[in-house]
Design a protein around this ligand. Sequence first.
Ligand SMILES: O=C1C[C@@](O)(C(=O)O)C[C@@H](O)[C@@H]1O
Length: 128
Amino acid sequence: MDVWGKMTLHVIKDRCEVNDTAVCLRAICHEDNNKGELVDWFQETRQEDSGILCDAGAYTHTSVAILDAIGASDLPMIEVHLSNIQKRDAIRLLSNVSNAANGMIYGFGDQSYNHALDAMRGLIHTPS
Ligand SMILES: O=C1C[C@@](O)(C(=O)O)C[C@@H](O)[C@@H]1O
């Protein structure tokens, strides 16, 4: 079974990083296999950052450090996954990261990221 699809992260990144000038949204993508680097990345969120889309990969299911770093950023966060983590093996049913998430989008392959960007646009631009 093809779980993740054929789209490379490089292409997904290029697609997400296209400036959306209509709503002043600019995505910056960061990919790292090292959990500490990811924690650093979340801790270094910049003043101009408005939100986080997070696919923590396998760390989703194991990392409290990533959860804490995202929580400390005080930014809206949408958890994203290529695959439907609820439909896979039992170990993926638990997400630590979702405790800091405004919402989750998963199971749409590479389109998950587009849907998550749309959802983030809504979160950022909906007056509270
Ligand atoms: O690394 C990954 C990829 C994933 O985050 C996804 O995007 O489908 C789902 C995780 O369970 C898995 O460990």
